[in-house]
Design a protein around this ligand. Structure first.
Ligand code: BDP
Length: 713
């Protein structure tokens, strides 16, 4: 009997060991994961916050109360007791303009519509704002302070967003397919709306409000005109009603040819009075349903989408026509600058600048031109787009991609905080040193008061929302930087880890190190040293540097890397495409010469010989091989680091990331081997000693097919 028992125990212990535990937190709660603090910490915060007074009553205050309840019950083991006077409360939430005069002497103006203050005052903690949405932001900040174990005893902060419109752009189709989405179907169930209102919508709104996102576009920029039909507008209204108390406005992607497609007009030429009238009437219809509707996002004359160019009109004429329809109701137009015209002779990286800079100053004041961070298309690394700084009389919005179309879908760990910061901190030198992209975007370097930052969402129906647990960090960091671009990527990573995964100091250090290096690892094993656009066709999954047979020259990777017997890289100096002429003189000078070009962008701007001597003293070929291998080594290191934190992470979350890292390593090697095998056919040089040779020949890598890779356009 005893023997049996021992065998049974051994069997079960073995099973427990071998089977991952998927019963714990699976990521659904995101960073609003209110796990209980330890008893000492709970005691500490309860003594500071035990009783609460909330002065105002509104739909948003209900959200505040619910969230405070949920957070304190989870984190502190009990909810705060509500009291009926500010004097008797430890925690006071008050509108600055309320009859209840706050004792803090905060100037109302300094907080604006959405800013807030959190101040310790004579043993009380005050949350003060001019609006209830400001108070909601303050509440989420206070919760974050607790989740990150901050000291509240001397808290004294004022926080005001640096950018006005902080938006998520979903590239979600009405049939729930998500273009470039890798986390399952769209969360927006258009078929069941308006009547069926998923819990997810509320949790999505909470998550967005917690990071300050105040606008969402639920439908794809490759828009379906149906979204503006009465039946769909009812569905949009249902979403807007849900999101309103969270301070979130709904915008829509619209198809420029809607007047023709759903309005029955002969065409959609923006100078025609009947077309203008159609948009005016449509705007009035929308605002009747949704009084705080945000406005329109437009992809026009780009990748086959219709636009004003179809009638010989400019982007400004098209954008202003829509802006004038929205203006009486306070709406805005986000007009995308992601254009490369079908007939353009200019090299692709030049085209957005060529089309838009001549229009500087011609856009109405409720239009923002939405520019991707780099001149091509969300590559793992690009220089900043030369449009930033080149249109000082226009509002320029930043568009980042949060979904990892070009950085490993949802199976690669790539923390994008470092990418976003690199872009925002880049110095355009357009108005002297210090003219950073961030200052263009936050309006300090332009005469337009409209400021905006958009992120292409990575959200879907997967239980953990983003496919990869660490994809959540990219949603999080986008929101935090849109609020305040001066925050550092490392500090935001620190917050996110504390809130989402663990409070263990050593584990935080390991995980932060993984995150901070992860994007560079991806750059190294995919597109090092300024290479770009090497991905395979259509789905963009995996390497395809050999592709040279697509309908347009600038869809082919060969157009961008220009590998030949002599060397590698595209010459964008005066002897080549002269794209450097679009940058300020400071950069023109630097970029004209490989020796003064930042190494990480070398092959973006120069075609260099395989034997070119790199700053390290080694040849270009050697450094290329070295970088591809550094990328792979980086993933191996992440795997080791992750194993080290195993005991500090919820098993379910741990296993998800563990499995994804396994895929990432396989795919990093695949990228390295496929690219090096291919480039070697030009360089005709051996793989330097000490580095592994590609496992297969190029033909093998070329033969791989992925007809069902997710997210195709
Ligand atoms: C590209 C995507 C494509 C999008 C396009 C865009 O591959 O699916 O429609 O960007 O930004 O990166 O409009």
């Amino acid at each position: 009997m005893k023997k049996y028992l021992i065998t049974l125990c051994l069997l079960f212990s073995h099973l427990a060991f071998a089977t991952p535990d998927f019963s714990g937190e699976d990521g659904y709660n995101l960073w609003l994961n209110y796990r209980p603090l330890n008893a000492r910490q709970q005691q500490h915060y309860l003594s500071q916050l035990g009783t609460v007074y909330i002065a105002d009553k509104s739909a948003t205050t209900s959200v505040i109360k619910d969230e405070l309840k949920r957070a304190t019950k989870g984190l502190l083991g009990q909810k705060l007791s509500a009291v009926s006077s500010a004097q008797s409360a430890k925690l006071v939430l008050a509108l600055n303009n309320n009859q209840l005069t706050t004792p803090l002497g905060i100037e109302q103006k300094s907080l604006g519509d959405e800013g807030y203050a959190i101040k310790q005052h004579k043993g009380q903690i005050w949350l003060v704002a001019n609006s209830d949405v400001g108070l909601l932001y303050a509440t989420f900040d206070l919760i974050r302070q607790i989740q990150t174990l901050a000291d509240l005893s001397k808290i004294n902060k004022v926080s005001v967003p640096k950018v006005k419109l902080r938006m998520l752009n979903h590239w979600d189709d009405l049939d729930r397919h998500t273009e470039r989405g890798y986390a399952g179907q769209s969360i927006f169930d258009w078929h069941k709306l308006p009547d069926y209102q998923e819990q997810r919508y509320y949790d999505y709104a909470r998550a967005n409000a917690s990071i300050g996102v105040n606008g969402i576009v639920p439908n794809n920029v490759n828009a379906n005109a149906l979204i503006l039909t009465p039946a769909y507008l009812q569905k949009v209204k249902a979403l807007a009603d849900i999101f309103r108390p969270y301070g979130i406005k709904v915008y829509l992607s619209v198809k420029f040819s809607s007047p023709h497609l759903i309005g029955g007009l002969e065409n959609s030429d923006p100078v025609k009075p009947e077309v203008q009238q159609w948009w005016h009437d449509k705007a009035a219809e929308i605002y009747q349903l949704i009084p705080d509707f945000g406005g329109f996002l437009v992809k026009a004359n780009s990748e086959g989408q219709p636009g004003p160019g179809d009638f010989g009109r400019t982007h400004a004429q098209g954008a202003n026509m829509l802006a004038r329809a929205l203006k009486p109701f306070g709406g805005n137009v986000l007009w995308r600058a992601f254009v490369y015209a079908h007939d353009a002779k200019a090299e692709r990286s030049l085209q957005a600048y060529n089309e838009f800079v001549p229009l500087d100053g011609k856009f109405d004041d409720n239009v923002s031109v939405q520019v991707k961070n780099g001149p091509i298309d969300f590559q793992p690394r690009e220089p900043f787009s030369p449009l930033f700084g080149a249109m000082p009389h226009s509002s320029l919005a930043m568009e980042f991609q949060i979904t990892q179309e070009y950085l490993g879908f949802s199976t690669h760990l790539a923390y994008l905080g470092t990418l976003y910061k690199e872009a925002l901190d880049a110095d355009t030198h357009t108005q002297g040193a210090g003219s950073t992209v961030a200052k263009v975007v936050d309006g300090s370097l332009s005469d337009s008061p409209l400021t905006a930052m958009a992120g292409v969402a990575n959200i879907g129906m997967d239980r953990n929302w983003t496919g990869h647990i660490f994809g959540q960090a990219n949603w999080y960091v986008f929101g935090r930087l849109a609020w305040d671009h001066d925050l550092s990527a490392a500090d935001i990573a620190d917050e996110w880890i504390n809130m989402t995964l663990t409070h263990d100091k050593n584990a935080i250090d390991q995980i932060k190190d993984m995150m901070m290096n992860s994007r560079e690892d991806v750059v190294n094993y995919m597109t090092p040293l300024g290479l770009h656009h090497l991905m395979d066709t259509g789905h963009h999954y995996g390497p395809g540097p050999w592709v040279d047979n697509l309908g347009r020259a600038d869809w082919n990777p060969t157009y961008y890397h220009r590998a030949d017997k002599q060397g590698l890289g595209i010459d964008r100096t005066a002897s080549g495409t002269n794209a450097i002429s679009q940058y300020a003189p400071y950069w023109q000078q630097k970029l004209a010469n490989p020796a003064t070009t930042p190494t990480e962008l070398l092959l973006w701007f120069h075609h260099l010989s395989w034997d070119y001597t790199m700053p390290s003293g080694k040849s270009l070929w050697y450094e290329l091989v070295h970088h591809y291998n550094m990328g792979v080594a980086g993933v191996e290191k992440m795997q080791q680091q992750w194993q080290r934190v195993k005991n500090q992470i919820d098993p379910n979350q741990f296993h998800q990331v563990e499995m994804a890292l396994g895929i990432q390593l396989k795919e990093a090697k695949w990228w390295r081997d496929a690219c090096l095998a291919y480039f070697q056919t030009f360089s005709q040089r051996p793989i330097p000693e000490g580095f592994p040779k590609p496992v297969h020949d190029v033909d093998y890598y070329k033969s791989l097919q992925f007809p069902y890779a997710p997210g195709q356009g």
